[in-house]
Design a protein. Structure first.
Length: 55
């Protein structure tokens, strides 16, 4: 769960194009008992980014 403290998304803009950088919590969780919860959070963040127009 330490990967969620704090959960960060960095937005960078250059030449009118915005890029979102998101460190996936599951990439840091290893075999943590929290992996299932982290997967849910990660999926929701990805869906929100897609809804906002990011690929």
């Amino acid at each position: 769960m330490m990967a969620l403290c704090p959960l960060k998304i960095m937005l960078l803009e250059k030449n009118g194009k915005t890029t979102a950088l998101f460190v996936r919590p599951t990439a840091l969780s290893g075999e943590s008992p929290a992996k299932k919860t982290l997967s849910i959070v990660e999926r929701k963040v990805k869906m929100a980014l897609k809804a906002a127009g990011f690929r």
